[in-house]
Ligand binder design. Sequence first.
Ligand SMILES: [Zn+2]
Length: 157
Amino acid sequence: MESNNMHICNSRFGEKLADIEISHLNSCESCQADFALFAKVRANVKVMELKSPPVGMWPNIYNAQATSKKKKASQQKKIMLWQTSATLAVAFCFLALGWLFISNQRLEMKLDELLLANQLLELQLKQNVHPSFSQARLVSQVQEIEGQLLKANSLKE
Ligand SMILES: [Zn+2]
């Protein structure tokens, strides 16, 4: 009878005990003492009257309740604020990543456009043995921008 060697859980004293618990109680001094103490406490609680606080205490009690409610509300506000900022931060990260991706693609597209324009200009210059001053300046400007774009691209990579 192993379960007979186990003490009865104190919380069980308020309920109807099982047969095995009753047989343990009859043979265990420790549980009998606990049971007696529990019965005494229960009897005292029944006799006790609920005392109301002194009249002057009620405002303090109401204030304490209101303060704890306010505290809870402000804590919830803080949690919500934190959640909102975390969500915003994640959204911002995604936006930034998307923007970087798009701007990189745009840069590459611009670079391709410029290369094409440059090739066209060079072709025109070859056909036109004496290029005008403005045409020559345009080519050098395009080449300069091309160089900057290439540098920016290689820096990104
Ligand atoms: Zn016991």
